[in-house]
Design a protein around this ligand. Sequence first.
Ligand SMILES: NC(=O)c1ccc[n+]([C@@H]2O[C@H](COP(=O)([O-])OP(=O)(O)OC[C@H]3O[C@@H](n4cnc5c(N)ncnc54)[C@H](OP(=O)(O)O)[C@@H]3O)[C@@H](O)[C@H]2O)c1
Length: 204
Amino acid sequence: MDCGQACAMRILLVGASGILGQSVLKVLRERSHEVVTASRKDSDVSVDITDPESIRAMYEQVGRVDAVASAAGSVPWLPFGELRHQDVLDGVVGKVISQVELVRQGAAHVTGSFTLITGVLARDFLRTGTVASLANGAIESFVRAAAIELTQRVNAVSPTIFTESVDAYGDLFAGFEPVPVRQAANAYVRSIEGHQTGQVYEIG
Ligand SMILES: NC(=O)c1ccc[n+]([C@@H]2O[C@H](COP(=O)([O-])OP(=O)(O)OC[C@H]3O[C@@H](n4cnc5c(N)ncnc54)[C@H](OP(=O)(O)O)[C@@H]3O)[C@@H](O)[C@H]2O)c1
């Protein structure tokens, strides 16, 4: 496939085994990139992004890459009145600090770009989704601010619910129009091969 000068980048993909990660992996390989996969299990490199030491070890093992793409990040889904302090911390660590740490530590290992994952709840709101909204909004502001200082480019992909996830979360997202996960994966291509920085690519 012809992808011009953007071909053959070496890309570290975190969360490669998930619904989104598998689609990002497929599209990046279709475009001839070398992809190093990372997650807690069943990937080229084992990492727990909630643990800064684990991220340090991952970058040391992987060495220099042109781009880092994150398709990981977890938050609790609970009614506001049932949230414990620990649930909020888990969400902030699971999706915000984990991805910020990928960028903070990655600045010494990555030459080209970072692409992080957020989601529609940064701009649309649901019962049980307060921590997801908090986390997604935080990462989107982080991306816009960090782009000013980083020598690498940094963007976020902010999709609505995927068609492939409707069976799992469809009731929660009643009335939201799902998008095929491939649309979100294509936004990673846009971020990695393109020239923009500080962008939030809203999908759906
Ligand atoms: N599904 C949707 O409709 C949708 C829509 C918009 C946004 N999003 C966002 O997209 C992201 C991925 O969603 P998904 O549906 O693809 O999730 P998923 O299928 O559960 O996949 C999550 C991926 O991240 C990895 N992972 C999870 N925790 C990790 C950790 N602490 N350290 C390293 N890797 C970790 C998992 O592998 P291991 O378990 O092996 O670590 C897996 O590869 C999430 O941030 C989600 O909020 C999803």
